[in-house]
Write a protein that binds this ligand. Sequence first.
Ligand SMILES: [Cu+2]
Length: 512
Amino acid sequence: MFHKIESVNNRGMIFTFTIFSLCLIAMITIAPQSSTFTSPWNAFLNPQIEAFAQPLIRDQPSSLDGMNYSKPQDVYSKDGVLKTTLTVDYLMGKLDNKSIVSMAYNGSIPGPAFHVYPRDRVEIDLINNLNESTNLHFHGLHVSPTNNSDGSASDNIFLNVEPGKTQKYVLNIPKDHHPGSDWYHSHFHKLSYGQVSAGLSGMFIIEGLEKLLPESLQNITTHTFAMRDIPFDQAYITTQHLPHSISNTNTGTERNTVNGEINPVINITSGETQLWRFANIGPENELAVELPGNTFYVLAEDGSPVWEVWKNDSLFLPSGKRFDVLVTATGNGSIPLNNTFAEPYGTWDHNIIATVNIQGNQKDTENSTIIPTSLRAKEDLNLKNITNSRVLNFSSNDIEWTYKIDNVTFDPNRIDQTVKLGTVEEWRLVNLDGVNTTNIHPFHIHVNDFQVISVNGEPYEARGLQDTVIIPTGGEVVIRIPFDDFEGKTVYHCHLMFHGDFGMMGIVEMVK
Ligand SMILES: [Cu+2]
């Protein structure tokens, strides 16, 4: 999110407004030729400018009267199969009583939450009713990245599902797939930021995490926090009129939502332990989640159960990140679940994610003694033989909007890394930014989870595997990736989807 269209100081505002004006001119010029989808757009040109001139009053929870999206449905597999349809369409919605045209899966933002079990077969017909191409990625799933032998697609992000077309996806969830919180979203190169920003993301939960808990916790209450911002300035939720979409971050034209609601109320009894699934399913914003007076016990990171349960009062979630945690309610009354992440440019992001209503008085802390210490056997990749080491350099140019890995932008026809199945590789991820720009880059690789070995040269005590890690500004992260079973091409990229769309992505091919 640091590619910056800034808006928190005067210089930033001038820069922002200049860029915005240029974009607006470009859009108006390009629009009539490039799209049949112009009338809603034109209707909203004026409100955009208005929204820009009058930033929102922040830190005030509001139900945003007039927000009228459907609630996301929970869809469960049955008898080993989840068969469903995902229809992508424009949706005329209302946020803060401003009308916008967003994009939605089955009419809700986020889309339906899928719940499946290891060994399940997932069949999804993706129907594209947009006027632009789209596709699907299943973030965190360890499944094939290619097409299946019957012609259906697995987690193949190279697919182009054209307007008006239907694409069948079939995922065969491995029988030993880890339980935890994953998600799905559009991954069509150059349009993914705009499409996810406009609404195209949803939860994908592999069930079974509770079964790894002590008996007394196996039936505990669970809450999913599918967190994402929703922009309500039309300028930021269209991909129709530009070669790329533009970023809405820090423009004051977005609000955090949880399961499609602004500041929902979560009920818990004092002393009660619940399982909370935090997932950042937005396109770029970072979140630091805190519940004052309470501690989170991390059971799974990025949908992967940990070999050592760890606790923290704050959880940092860049785009794509998930934490499944236990929380034992301490205190009484309404406590804000805060996002305390402060931008280097200001603090507008300090806001309330949800309100936790703790009822009754804490009886005792009996539950805290039953927090498990481990959910899986430790498989330390430090102890494995490394067959290959690579260095990947990440660099940004925020003026030209180019974001590169090893000094090149993404090319769908170029294989950047070829790896052999059955090996463990060590990748050193270097963030060259730090002089002219202060970008961090959340690195994400599809299909295979990795272990963090060191951060900025300091050994890192990993408690499990993950699929998303921050490469700090001017710093580096060393990871080890096991390439076990799935052949084929997939991608790794910066999960600030804006950076990915503008080139910070590469192809890894896994071969026998
Ligand atoms: Cu980045």
